[in-house]
Design a binder for this molecule. Structure first.
Ligand code: NI
Length: 136
């Protein structure tokens, strides 16, 4: 079993806001991230897949194919978007890095070729903080 990681970047706006709470409570819990008028992040996404090395290619997956899938199903959906308003798979969710990583997992996993499985989605919201999701 070999693990292969593809790194991509995207920029997106969001706010963290729980509509069930008062403005004061949102500001208390989410701080600056509750700013009504949005703010942005430069996200860094690490997608790691795993599988056996094919005898005929020496690859777990053709890295160009993985890159194409990540761009088509993830980056195109998220880059230069407002995560709260523009992204179908984030609708009705709190747009935290945690929920975004889970959603990215579910978006990508059905499109991977047979014999290749998603191992982890690691998402940096800033250079100093990231989340990792392993499918459960
Ligand atoms: Ni934020």
């Amino acid at each position: 079993m070999v693990f292969l990681t593809r790194i991509e970047h995207f920029n997106a706006a969001h706010k963290l806001y729980n509509a069930a709470w008062s403005k004061e409570k949102n500001e208390e819990v989410f701080g600056k991230c509750a700013n009504e008028n949005w703010h942005g992040h430069n996200y860094e996404l690490h997608v790691t897949v795993k599988g056996e090395v094919a005898a005929d290619t020496g690859f777990v997956i053709n890295a160009q194919i993985l890159s194409k899938l990540v761009k088509q199903f993830i980056i195109e959906e998220l880059d230069h978007k407002n995560l709260n308003l523009d992204v179908e798979f984030m609708k009705e969710k709190l747009c935290s890095a945690e929920n975004l990583a889970i959603a990215i997992w579910h978006q990508l996993t059905p499109h991977l070729p047979e014999g290749v499985n998603l191992h982890s989605v690691k998402l940096y919201e800033t250079p100093k903080i990231f989340v990792e999701y392993f499918g459960s």
